[in-house]
Design a protein around this ligand. Structure first.
Ligand SMILES: Cc1ncc(COP(=O)(O)O)c(C=O)c1O
Length: 432
C-alpha cells in the first residue's frame, strides 16, 4: 500500500473514532427502529474502494457474491442494487422461456400474503401475474402451510413469501407443499438473514431467495440486494436478466470466457455475431457497484455478531414486557431461531389504551416506531384495481393494519436503550 493511501486510511480511522456516538440521553438520543451499525473497518473499506475508483461492479462484487453464497450455504449469489430489485429479478427469472413448460405466463397465479412489504408482491403484478393473498397469524405474523394449501388453484405456479420481520415461516413444510404441487418457491429473506428453521438457514429452502442490504437490514451496503439459488440453470437466468438480458456470461471487461465469442448462432442472427451482444432475455440492468460490495464484505464479517445482538435485544424486550396487559407480544415460529428484524406489538381489543396513543407517546420520547409495512396491502390505492384473489379472508391482516407496530432491535441499540423502551411502554400502559 502506498504511503499516502495508508495515511489517508489512518485518517479515516481517526475520523471514525472522533465521530463515534457519545452516551445515551433518554428522551434526547433517538432510539431508532432500525439502522446500520458501522465500525471503522466499514468506513475504511468504503473509502478504500472509492480511492481506487471501483465505481462499477467488479472484483469486490464477485468476491462478495462468492462469500455470501457460501455463508448461507448456497451455490450462487447475484448482487443487485436493492432488495426490491432482487425480488423483481427472482420472480422475473421464473418467466424465462428457458424454463419451457415450467415458466410463469401472464395470468398465472402466485400465492403470497397481504400483510407485508409491497415489493414482495409488486413483481407478481409487474410480470402480468395474479397475486393470491392469504392471511397471516397474529403473534408470528406469518402465514401457514394450511392457508397456502387452500389457496392453490389450477393456475397457481409459485409461492412468494417473506419471513416476517425475521421470523421464519414454516418454510420446510411450505417447500414440500410447493414441490408436491409443482410450484416454485421464492423466499423473500430480506428481513431474515441469519434466521434458521429446523437448524437450517432461511433462504436455502426455496428455488430462489432474496436479500436486502439497505441499512435497516442485517448487513448494510447503502442500497443493495441479492438473489441466491442452488439451481445453476436459474442462476444463469438471473444473471442474464440482471445484466441487460444478455446471453453471454463474461464479466464486464472480460472477453471470450466461453472461447466461442464469435462462434455462436442464436435467434435469427448471423453465425458468429458477437456473443457479448446477443440477448436471450428481455432483461434489466440491476447490478450493484464495488463501492457497495466493499462495504458489504466488511459488514459480512460481523453478520454473526449482528444476529446475536438482534436476538439479545429482542429477548430483553420480550422479558421486560412479559406481564404488560393489553399487548400481544411476538412469538418465534416453532422450531425456528429468528435473527429478528424488529419487535412487533399488537394492541389487543380489550387494552385500556390505543395503538395510536402508545405510538404517539413513544415517538414523543424519541423512540422510533414503524408499522408492519403496508398492513393489508389490498387496501392501498396501488392495489385497489389490480386483479387478485383473496382466499380465506384477511381478518388478521386488517387487525395488523389497525393495531400493530414495531420497535427496533438492531445492533446499534444498547441494553440501556432497550430498557428505556421497556420502561416507556410500561409507564404508558400503567397510566392508562
Ligand atoms: C420483506 C422485504 N422485502 C423487500 C424489501 C425491499 O428491500 P429494499 O429496500 O432494499 O428495496 C424490504 C425492505 O425493507 C422488505 O422488508
Amino acid at each position: 500500500m502506498s504511503e499516502s493511501k495508508a495515511q489517508l486510511l489512518e485518517s479515516v480511522r481517526k475520523y471514525h473514532q472522533e465521530n463515534a456516538r457519545s452516551g445515551f440521553v433518554p428522551g434526547v438520543t433517538p432510539v431508532l427502529s432500525s439502522g446500520a451499525a458501522f465500525d471503522e473497518e466499514d468506513r475504511v473499506a468504503l473509502v478504500e474502494a472509492a480511492l481506487e475508483m471501483r465505481i462499477a461492479a467488479g472484483v469486490s462484487s464477485r468476491r462478495f457474491e462468492r462469500k455470501f453464497a457460501r455463508e448461507l450455504g448456497l451455490r450462487k449469489a447475484h448482487l443487485t442494487n436493492s432488495g426490491s430489485s432482487a425480488n423483481l429479478l427472482a420472480l422475473s427469472a421464473l418467466t424465462s422461456p428457458q424454463l419451457e413448460d415450467m415458466r410463469l405466463r401472464p395470468g398465472d397465479e402466485v400465492i403470497t400474503v397481504a400483510a407485508g412489504f409491497p415489493t414482495t408482491v409488486n413483481p407478481i403484478v409487474q410480470n402480468g401475474l395474479v397475486p393470491v393473498f392469504v392471511d397471516v397469524e397474529l403473534g408470528t405474523y406469518n402465514t401457514t402451510p394450511e392457508r397456502i394449501a387452500e389457496a392453490i388453484g389450477p393456475r397457481t405456479k409459485a409461492i412468494m413469501l417473506a419471513h416476517a420481520l425475521g421470523n421464519p415461516f414454516a418454510v420446510e413444510d411450505v417447500a414440500k407443499l410447493a414441490e408436491d404441487n409443482g410450484l416454485f418457491l421464492i423466499e423473500d429473506n430480506c428481513d431474515a438473514v441469519g434466521s434458521t428453521y429446523r437448524g437450517r438457514n432461511t433462504g436455502t429452502f426455496g428455488d430462489l431467495a432474496t436479500v436486502s442490504f439497505y441499512p435497516a437490514h442485517h448487513i448494510a451496503m447503502g442500497e443493495g440486494g441479492c438473489v441466491l439459488t442452488d439451481n445453476l440453470a436459474l442462476a444463469r437466468i438471473v444473471e442474464s436478466m440482471r445484466d441487460w438480458g444478455r446471453d453471454c456470461w463474461c464479466e464486464p471487461g472480460e472477453d471470450d470466457k466461453c472461447f466461442k465469442r464469435f462462434d455462436h448462432q442464436l435467434g435469427t442472427l448471423p453465425h458468429g455475431y458477437d456473443h457479448k451482444y446477443i440477448f436471450s432475455h428481455v432483461g434489466y440492468n440491476l447490478k450493484a457497484t464495488d463501492l457497495q460490495a466493499a462495504l458489504g464484505l466488511a459488514q459480512l464479517a460481523k453478520l454473526e455478531a449482528f444476529g446475536a445482538a438482534r436476538r439479545r435485544n429482542w429477548q430483553r424486550l420480550r422479558d421486560g414486557l412479559a406481564d404488560v396487559p393489553g399487548l400481544l407480544l411476538p412469538t418465534a415460529t416453532p422450531e425456528s431461531d429468528p435473527s429478528w428484524f424488529g419487535f412487533v406489538l399488537t394492541v389487543l381489543p380489550d387494552a385500556p389504551f390505543t395503538r395510536k396513543g402508545l405510538v404517539a407517546f413513544l415517538e414523543s420520547r424519541r423512540i422510533g416506531t414503524r408499522r408492519f409495512f403496508g398492513g393489508n396491502l389490498t387496501r392501498h390505492p396501488a392495489y385497489l384495481d389490480r386483479e387478485h384473489r383473496v382466499v380465506g379472508g384477511l381478518a388478521n391482516s386488517d387487525v395488523i393494519t389497525e393495531q400493530t407496530f414495531w420497535v427496533g432491535v438492531y445492533p446499534g441499540l444498547t441494553a440501556e436503550m432497550i430498557d428505556y423502551v421497556v420502561a416507556s411502554i410500561r409507564e404508558y400502559a400503567a397510566a392508562a
